[in-house]
Design a protein around this ligand. Sequence first.
Ligand SMILES: Nc1ncnc2c1ncn2[C@@H]1O[C@H](COP(=O)(O)OP(=O)(O)O)[C@@H](O)[C@H]1O
Ligand SMILES: N[C@@H](CCOP(=O)(O)O)C(=O)O
Length: 314
Amino acid sequence: MPTIFASGPVRVRVPATSANLGPGFDALGLALALHDDVAAEVTPAGVRVAVTGEGAGDLPPDDRHLVVVAMRAAFDLLGAQPPGLALECVNRIPQARGLGSSSAAIVAGVLLARGLVSDGAQRLDDEAVLRLAAEIEGHPDNVAPCLLGGFTVAWTEPTGGRAVSLPVAAGISPTVFVPAERGLTATARAALPATVPHGDAALNAGRSALLVHALTAAPELLLPATVDRLHQDYRAAGMPQTAALVSELRAADVAAVVSGAGPTVLAFTAPPDGFDPGTEWEVWRLPVEVRGATLARGRLGHAERDPVAAGRKS
Ligand SMILES: Nc1ncnc2c1ncn2[C@@H]1O[C@H](COP(=O)(O)OP(=O)(O)O)[C@@H](O)[C@H]1O
Ligand SMILES: N[C@@H](CCOP(=O)(O)O)C(=O)O
């Protein structure tokens, strides 16, 4: 059957995410209430990308833009490339900080492409969207919460990425500490060793299982449940201030971890009154986002263009 493009624009709202959550390297993730909004439309020719907010002036306004890259990959699976594309991006998720900006861009692109094809949801079902997004990102742990919302457990089978979303216990109140400097995920992944000691792997297996229990039913266990030996120590030399802040918060009994590949720090509960991380950190309280990515017909409206409406709660 030929691929028929839908007429008119579609828009998507995608949440920020925090991946790993300590011991759950490449597996656990949490969606956070901070969003990018992107609208896309099929045009007669060419590719145009308008960006406001994070990345404006830095991101390539053409086929190299990550949302477009993801759209192209999805259109290949959907059966045809459109003659041209116009995108409008309103970005609020800080980029290259460990808050899942690249997975949000990828999920946005795959869902927009699906929305621009008239029988897109039949050609590319939800499981296929997750598989494709995880394949482009290289791991499933942050595309999963971006797509599904909430707290997710993701894994990879020979056929690709899969995930489930679990309900989060009351009392989980994430705070993120975001530094000005960037850190690319690819650089942080290059700092990891090819093999790890068996004892460290065993420790992480136990703690990530405990973390599922802590996040869904027993928040009082979050401190022991967030111990990690697989990635944070190996990456600490590349982000010493992040490592120091995680240690400082944990010494104050706050379950803190490196968010994703860093350099942002995630604390599962608010820091104690008077805790001062220093002026180099922006501190935002970001509730868990229970809704995953949402697609709708039409352009971005006033609410989606508001720079803070879908964003930070300080
Ligand atoms: N909204 C976006 N639109 C286009 N490209 C993006 C967007 N967000 C992130 N990227 C690309 O992904 C890179 C950051 O990805 P990554 O290193 O994985 O960090 P993060 O932890 O923020 O996902 C950016 O430098 C940029 O190239
Ligand atoms: N498991 C990945 C997670 C990367 O998350 P990001 O938000 O920093 O892209 C890793 O730790 O490399």
